[in-house]
Design a protein around this ligand. Structure first.
Ligand code: PLP
Ligand code: COI
Length: 341
């Protein structure tokens, strides 16, 4: 199979129309078989649940070309399970996890020419999503839904690849204490658009959100969880019911404990503890591990000891091990890698 003629090494994190996408429809209480189609357009009523009341959720995962030339994806079952949880919270029908994984595999197989080559630094981003497609005018769930998967080749999420970024503490909250922060609802991201644009206008790459109830504990950013390294080499990561349970973070916790013999603490992280950490990183599918060099809290700077030049040594080890597992250089734990081609 011939690859598309793209400048793989210089892709940004953006959308590009690829050959095929998966589409399944939910009507009269059941999902149809689903098809792969060339048509990238969605045609729905002007009164669709997604348009009126933001009834939509999504997932994000990646396909990788491994060292031996296979194409694989990473823990898609966890994305399928998380999407089931998102759907339940939004009163949407569940697209069953096994069908989710099968549809991911089929969609990537139909777009193999778009999977970036090994060593290019790029990957194929996979975006499953679902939305209420039938008309609602009173506030209630739609009766019909569409589940789709699109794929697009992507480069690094933050400009400059793995160079440390500067972030700020957001004055806005991203989620409510008993709201939807723990699911991947489109509405959470709509909430973050003004804060992120405002952050960019002021020269920051991302927002650090604090817990919405007390604003005294560190939560996450708009698109990634936090990981911190203490002076004695412990991995600390925030535990909260209003952050997204990142699959990358859960995998890094396992990698730290079982591959790198590190101590791990998943717990509440008071904002006042921030100056104690020697390395700070963001982790997620898109972010992979992105090092943070500085956090600005309303003008007060907290400079991370690992500095602005490079990723610190412990995050580097975690990064190399995780990406080594994803790219087939390091043996993966049972069930983590799904072979696609
Ligand atoms: N937190 C938020 C708000 C996100 O959007 C994402 C991205 O999916 C993550 C964390 C990281 O999650 P994952 O590692 O499953 O991609
Ligand atoms: C992901 O990492 O897959 C996400 O969905 C984050 C998003 C902000 C791009």
């Amino acid at each position: 199979m011939e690859k598309k003629d793209l400048d793989w090494g210089n892709l940004s994190f953006g959308y590009m129309k690829t050959d095929k996408r998966f589409v399944a429809n939910y009507k009269q209480g059941a999902w149809d078989e689903g098809v792969l189609t060339d048509d990238d357009r969605v045609i729905i009523t002007e009164c669709a649940g997604v348009l009126q009341y933001a009834q939509t959720c999504f997932e994000g995962l990646k396909a990788y070309t491994t060292e031996d030339g296979s194409i694989v994806t990473f823990r898609p079952d966890l994305n399928g399970q998380r999407m089931e949880n998102s759907c339940r919270r939004l009163e949407m029908p569940v697209f069953p996890c096994d069908r989710f994984v099968d549809a991911v595999v089929k969609t990537v197989r139909a777009n193999l020419a778009w999977v970036p080559p090994y060593g290019s630094g790029a990957t194929l981003y996979i975006r499953p999503y679902m939305f209420g497609s039938s008309a609602v005018i009173g506030v209630k769930p739609a009766e019909e839904y569409q589940f789709r998967i699109l794929v697009t080749p992507v480069g690094p999420y933050f400009k400059g690849g793995v160079k440390p970024i500067v972030i700020r503490v957001s004055d806005f909250d991203r989620a409510a204490p008993r709201g939807t922060g723990h699911i991947k609802a489109g509405l959470n991201y709509a909430m973050s658009l003004h804060p992120i644009m405002d952050a960019h206008r002021q020269g920051f790459a991302e927002n650090m959100y604090l817990d919405p109830a007390t604003r005294s504990k560190i939560e996450e950013t708009g698109g990634a969880n936090f990981i911190f390294i203490t002076r004695d080499g412990t991995l600390v990561t925030p535990k909260s019911s209003s952050i997204l349970p990142s699959i990358t973070r859960r995998s890094l916790v396992y990698v730290a404990e079982h591959y790198l013999n590190m101590k791990v603490e998943e717990r509440e992280v008071p904002f006042t503890e921030l100056p104690e950490f020697v390395e700070v990183g963001l982790c997620g599918t898109a972010a992979v591990i992105s090092p943070v060099g500085k956090i600005v809290d309303n003008g007060k700077e907290i400079c991370v000891p690992s500095g602005m030049a490079d990723m610190g040594p412990v995050l580097r080890k975690l990064y190399d091990t995780l990406t080594g597992i994803q790219m087939g250089r390091i043996e993966a734990p049972e069930g983590w890698i799904t072979k696609i081609a």
